[in-house]
Design a binder for this molecule. Sequence first.
Ligand SMILES: Nc1nc2c(c(=O)[nH]1)N[C@H]1C(S)=C(S)[C@@H](COP(=O)(O)O)O[C@H]1N2
Ligand SMILES: [Mo]
Length: 526
Amino acid sequence: MSTSRRERLPLAAAGVVTGLAGLAASLLAAALLHLPGNPVTAVASVVRDLTPGPVAEALIGLVGHADKPLLIAGTTLVVLLVAGAAGVLQARSAPLAYALLGALGVIGFIATSSAPGTETGGGTGSGGSPAAAIPVVIGFVVWALVLPMLVGVAQRYVEVRAAPSASPAAVGHSRRVFLERSAIVVVGALVLGGASRALASGRDRVEAAREALRLRLGRGTTPSGADLGVAGQASWRTADSDFYLIHTALAVPQVAPDDWSLRIHGMVERELTISFAELARRERTEDWITLCCVSNEVGGPLIGNAYWSGVPIRSLLAEAGVKDGADAVKQTSEDGWTCGTPLAALTDPDRQAMLALGMNGEPLPIEHGFPVRMVVPGLYGYVSATKWLVDLEVTRFDDFAAYWTERGWGEKGPVKTESRIDVPVDGEAVDAGRVAVAGVAWAQHTGIDKVEVQLDGGSWQDARLGTVPGVDTWVQWVLDTELDAGEHTAVVRATDRSGYTQTAARADVLPDGATGWHSRTFTVQG
Ligand SMILES: Nc1nc2c(c(=O)[nH]1)N[C@H]1C(S)=C(S)[C@@H](COP(=O)(O)O)O[C@H]1N2
Ligand SMILES: [Mo]
């Protein structure tokens, strides 16, 4: 049964209106979750990335700086057209309409999850980026709920109008019902859209405040010889955009410096409350420090090295006056996450534990804890690196449990000595001749003494180490070797400056960090 154009129009209109509602709902969800993008911008950026270079250049030549708004408008238009088609389809076959919507949802899902995202929830680390998919799912649900309702009244109107016996009053009534319902959905969509704009401007406001800060932060110069420059090896300094992200917050807290203050209390002589301006005026410390996550599997990516600038925690604790008997500092973030750090690690004059304001020469990126986070050399992030820090309580380990320790993770989290092979990657086919096996090794606050590589079960060979500025960072290593054609396996192990050589015994990340040797198997081409 084919529908005429006259019949299709109200159905398509119902579909488009429903599409608006779905889009508005997913924009609002994205804004509520403080995600960096939303399904529309994600799809638009995939379209941009898939557009062949010359075509993109020609288009940009044509429209100039309007390219981004046009891309987003174009993507929105396509989504609404598909939504209109789904409206027409819904009247004939609901499953087909949902399949069409579902396909659109899947595209949105793939686009959002391929955009650089955040690891949230689930353990202190690993896992996909579930938050990024939530807006797509919410948009889809709203769409799927509104569609049958609106198409139903549109269809009723079409039928009444087409019936030979219909009175003008009956036609008018069904039209009115259809228009009223559509208007309600449109108004709802506008309200949701407006709310999402308002929320997004909250993030923009904090971002603007961040960019307006003038903190005189050192960027740090990579020591010469630290970067061995092997292709595929993790760069010694981790760029902010490549730095792993771990937090339980689904919505990244948005804290403007002017609204921030830190309370230091508990077992202290004098309780302190410090504003951001006061903190920024204090004496600073800066250092290269490698941060890693206890959830990092052997060979995993949850580690990064940056130049951090901030205020020594030691000086603040001294000012507050720590009372006898305390052995821990409990931290609380703006979003209520908690962690506990051994007091000794924070008062140790040889350890640059800091309230960090800067990362690689810029104010902290919002998702890395803006405006203030903790950084403590030598400890896993979950027991030391509180982001969006607002509260420090001097206390005793016996008197509290922190977020992850309540969930079975170790109370104290000193970083375990580990090493990782970056190249060759597993299954890689490398050219015959000299092969560089290279990676990183770390034992923060102890330092790496030696890295050894074992090829095909042979003897351990010393790798060449990059230079490091101290004991708090990872070190790059490389072994240049000649290998015959065929399959090869490389294993790496590090020895730290306490003389400890990494154990081969595999331990799971739970409760206090993985152990074991990382290995890679690759092929040398004949
Ligand atoms: N507020 C808050 N701070 C937090 C966390 C968190 O969930 N919430 N996770 C911690 C963990 S487990 C790690 S490994 C580090 C990660 O810091 P990054 O996201 O800047 O790499 O932050 C720590 N600080
Ligand atoms: Mo972590």
